[in-house]
Design a protein around this ligand. Structure first.
Ligand SMILES: Nc1nc2c(ncn2[C@@H]2O[C@H](COP(=O)(O)OP(=O)(O)OP(=O)(O)O)[C@@H](O)[C@H]2O)c(=O)[nH]1
Length: 424
């Protein structure tokens, strides 16, 4: 990303739409420089965002909703599959809660509950930072990630009413998967909810073995990067017989003979890659579907359920351990800082003489005066009320936009969409 010198940086409020009104009480975050927000996200660890601190207080409470994150190369069919899953779930009477994370998309063909476009002005990001389309998507996601703790809180409130959350991501897969904000978003979700990565890939382009092995390489790297269960979803089976792909995933020899018959320059490399990676990708869950006509959706839902079970038994304990480790690290750092501060106080003067009750060690054993106690509890209450108001107004803004979209969606779809609810 193009990082500007301080003087050229702009206020977050200039590009973050609605947050001015949504989070009126959080003046600091609105006026933070873009550098500040990207700095916090570029730390890349879950501990770098407030959203990621959240799970620590919520340990043990890992009930739904099930979160599906749709990722895949451009035009693989993420949006069409999201639409298909939505209509299937609505038919079953369990409409999903939908989040759009693509700031550059045109109107999605499904009712969106939370839309990044309601929060970040993508075109303004391009203009102000002089960025190209991909750079602006990364920056928009970074800006949105700074608000993701509020999204997490909203999802928590939906536990009783929604069994599923669908998240559509930008077509430029690397922008989401390999960006700091992508990590923050997936890790924040995975720490709290059963989360599954849906890797959508297009069967038509996979006919080329080189493209196939590129996709498998990508799927393996995402599995290890996200540390989440992943389903390779071979889409567009209405347009092409999927037998070849099913064979190639499970049988290296079948893939290798298809590769050798093409005599391409990169065949040797692809063959070595496949030999090395086969034992990884042939164990990944895979299903054949058509977003177009709904083929394979039962298999898809079974695979999701299997992945959720896997999350509960394998990934959840791992995430809890990660959260614990991060918590321990933070506490150790705080202890070190406190120790340093105490040392500084002692070397730079007689710290003890500054206390109301002399003889106390600086930084330890301090007793707060009773009149201060009542002040501080009032401050805490004020802060709580302020926080609640902030959350409420953020929700109100998202609600307003969701209602507007819902009306538009209903107008576009007529009676067919009458069951759609895009309220946050
Ligand atoms: N035949 C067929 N075409 C499909 C299917 N799913 C998607 N398409 C087509 O593939 C193209 C891309 O679909 P999208 O759903 O927009 O793909 P996407 O991955 O969301 O695209 P980006 O967000 O731009 O990366 C569109 O022309 C769709 O109509 C399918 O199951 N069968």
């Amino acid at each position: 990303m193009d990082v500007k010198p301080d003087s050229e940086r702009m206020d977050i409020g200039d590009v973050v739409e609605n947050v001015d009104t949504a989070a009126t009480s959080n003046q600091n975050s609105q006026t933070a420089k873009i550098g500040d927000s990207t700095e916090s996200t570029s730390e890349a660890g879950p501990s770098s965002a407030s959203a990621s601190e959240e799970p620590m207080e919520d340990e043990g409470d890992h009930n739904g909703p099930i979160v599906m994150i749709m990722v895949g190369m451009a035009a693989s069919g993420k949006t069409s599959l999201t639409q298909r899953i939505t209509s299937e779930l609505m038919r079953k009477g369990t409409p999903p809660y939908i989040i759009n994370l693509d700031p550059a998309c045109l109107d999605p063909p499904y009712p969106v509950n939370i839309d990044i476009r309601d929060v970040v002005k993508y075109k303004k990001v391009m203009e102000v930072y002089n960025l190209g389309p991909n750079g602006a998507i990364v920056t928009s996601l970074n800006l949105f990630a700074t608000k993701f703790d509020e999204v997490i809180n909203i999802i928590k409130q939906k536990r009783k009413t929604h069994q599923y959350v669908l998240i559509d991501t930008p077509g430029q897969i690397e922008v989401f998967m390999w960006s700091a904000s992508g990590s923050i978003i997936t890790e924040s979700l995975a720490a709290l909810f059963p989360t599954v990565m849906i890797y959508v890939t297009d069967l038509i382009s996979n006919v080329n073995p080189i493209t196939f092995i590129s996709n498998m390489t990508y799927a393996c790297s995402m599995l290890y990067k996200s540390k989440l269960p992943l389903i390779v979803t071979l889409n567009k089976c209405d347009a092409i017989d999927p037998t070849f792909a099913k064979e190639w995933i499970t049988d290296f020899d079948a893939f290798d003979s298809a590769l050798q018959s093409r005599e391409e320059y990169t065949s040797n490399l692809a063959s070595s890659l496949a030999l090395g990676l086969e034992e990884f990708y042939n164990k990944i869950e895979h299903v054949v579907v058509s977003a177009y006509d709904g083929f394979g959706m039962d298999d898809f839902h079974n695979a999701v359920q299997k992945s959720v079970n896997e999350y509960e038994t394998v990934y959840k304990p791992m995430y809890q351990k990660l959260v614990e480790e991060k918590k321990a690290k933070t506490m150790k750092k705080q202890k070190q800082q406190l120790g340093k501060l105490k040392k500084d106080l002692h070397t730079s003067g007689d710290a003890d003489s500054c206390f109301v009750v002399p003889g106390r060690d600086a930084g330890t054993g301090m007793t707060l005066r009773l009149d201060n106690e009542s002040d501080s509890s009032t401050d805490d209450e004020d802060a709580n009320v302020k926080e609640e108001n902030e959350e409420e107004s953020f929700s109100q803004v998202l609600n307003k936009e969701a209602t507007r979209r819902s009306e538009k969606y209903t107008d576009d779809q007529g009676q067919g969409a009458s069951g759609a609810s895009s309220k946050i």
